[in-house]
Design a protein around this ligand. Sequence first.
Ligand SMILES: Cc1ncc(COP(=O)(O)O)c(C=O)c1O
Length: 348
Amino acid sequence: MGAQVNEFEENMASFLNVRHAIGVASGSDALLLSLHALGLGHKDKVIVPTFTFFATAGAVSRLGATPVFVDIDPNSYNLDLNQVENILKKDQPIKAIIPVHLFGLPVDMQHLGTLAESYGLYLIEDACQAINADIPIGSSSSVRLMKAGTIGHAGCFSFFPSKNLGCFGDGGMVVTNDDDLAGKIRLLRVHGSQPKYFHKEIGYNSRLDTLQAAVLNIKLKYLNDWTYKRRLVASVYNAAFQSAGLQGKVKWPNLCEGHVFHQYVIEIDTRDDLLHYLNDRGIGAAVYYPLPLHLQECYRYLGYSKGSLPVAEHISKKILALPIDPELTQEQITYVVNIISEFINLTE
Ligand SMILES: Cc1ncc(COP(=O)(O)O)c(C=O)c1O
């Protein structure tokens, strides 16, 4: 909680154009503290995509609430908003929704915001993979761009080293425009203590380290440039796949507006074999995520069966993340695509 933490909070609030930015110990804690501060707990149900990093649902469960898993759209890999609407129409008393801007691609927050408002739900954005993603908000006559994480009641960020803005260990942040919510989260991160050693709430030890904040203050200056370069890398990959004639064999992502490409993911039928082929040749491809959350062992008690959320189940078998980094060169990208081409020629 040193001076660099305050400085970083101010820098982030101004970068994201939001009233409050509160440093916490991790992205997982950012979710946990947001949900806690909004009063979520036992008997509450929270809509969560089944295809995300575990922390999104884990935070819900840690507070004694129940995640309601929803399938994803097969193209964006984000929450299928038609299914969200169908669940809300049935009179399941849902209290909140956590949209995840997966791989750096924003959820349609205009649509989701309208839904959340009409059903009186809290909206907590999991923007851990989507820092600096722009989202259009407003009607066609007056659209403005807002940053991912700043549209819902609270937005959560992770600064884990592999993130688009990463520190040298763990770190996270909650952002909000709600003064009361911000005050509560500031309290919760220091065991509810105010003044020191007098505890208003039962909270957590969830400070952002001063050392990490110092690193983040420097790195934040480069984020716009890095974001631009990530999009450039994605476009070079796409062009390389196109010119290698891999349409119909590999599905690669659209260069959607606002996408910050935390991951660059392709789909291919022979995913597991390709993964080994790439890894054997020193290419750090990886699978995010091999098993949707509704089928995880720890959620067996919720009673979801195989086939209940088929899009995520299907995608989890086909998806493969290729190396992406602002520093990746054209030569390295061509090398990766050439190896994929070679693999497809060998296995066809
Ligand atoms: C979508 C998503 N949510 C939450 C988290 C949790 O962040 P952290 O690892 O900082 O706890 C992550 C990071 O791994 C993530 O990718």
